[in-house]
Design a protein around this ligand. Structure first.
Ligand code: PEP
Length: 248
């Protein structure tokens, strides 16, 4: 079964109206294959603005985080309903910067994922090991533990995209090799198959994230379990279009 190639752009805490307009207009003007799904994730204050600028059917907008309560006294949080209300279709949950800097636990990540899915957002679920964990040889144990927390709460994975993002590769310029990424992705798919069944595993897209750029994206082209990319720094630059087109 062919899985639709998926490229997410995580702008992190970067951008303003001018730069976000330039990025979206560049994507609007680019030639993008019909069979590629692109999700642009600007900072929350610009979701509405970015969603209003997008003009291609295969491009949508996503948030970088969402809370697991519908409304109420939760100062500073963004609700799933609000994110949907301004035109976003996706949310990134469990990014390593949220896990590390904001101390999000596996359980909170699972709770946020469940809530967002139940309310109708697609979820880009981030998992990945630190350098210490990689050196200790526990990469699979780490990603399985992260997945397990979500598996315990979420049974329908049809709107989940998994992003395998080794923490040591994020923002460092040191991407995983395509061979290493393929190995981990295949193990993640095997694990999903054991826990959720072969059909879910076969359909779930597994993205690679961590210093993907316009030059190295194409080197992942023949890796059958790499179904796209989650891109940080390079999503702000013209080379993002090369990543989007790297499979064609
Ligand atoms: C990310 O933030 O998800 C990411 C992969 O960042 P970068 O591409 O900059 O490594």
């Amino acid at each position: 079964m062919a899985r639709t190639f998926f490229v997410g752009g995580n702008f992190k805490l970067n951008g303003n109206k001018q730069s976000i307009k330039e990025i979206v207009e560049r994507i609007n003007k680019a030639s993008i294959p019909q069979n590629v799904e692109v999700v642009l994730c600007p900072p929350a204050p610009y979701l509405d603005y970015a969603a209003g600028l997008v003009s291609k059917p295969q491009v949508s907008v996503g948030a970088q985080n969402a809370y697991y309560k519908a409304a109420g006294a939760f100062t500073g949080e963004n609700s799933v309903e609000q994110i949907k209300d301004v035109g976003a279709k996706w949310v990134i949950i469990g990014h390593s910067e949220r896990r590390t800097l904001f101390k999000e636990t596996d359980e909170e990540v699972a709770e946020k994922t469940k809530f967002a899915l139940d309310q109708g957002l697609g979820v880009i679920l981030c998992i990945g090991e630190t350098l210490e964990e990689k050196k200790a040889g526990v990469t699979l144990k780490v990603v399985e533990t992260q997945l397990n927390a979500v598996i315990a709460q979420v049974k329908d994975w049809s709107n989940v995209v998994v992003a395998y993002e080794p923490v040591w590769a994020i923002g460092t310029g040191l991407a995983a090799t395509p061979e290493d990424a393929q190995d981990i992705h295949a193990s993640i798919r095997k694990y999903l198959s054991e826990k959720l069944g072969a059909d879910v595993a076969e359909k779930t897209r597994i993205l690679y994230g961590g210093s993907a750029n316009g030059s190295n994206a194409v080197t992942f082209k023949d890796k059958k379990d790499v179904d796209g990319f989650l891109v940080g720094g390079a999503s702000l630059k013209p080379e993002f279009v090369d990543i989007i087109n790297s499979r064609n």
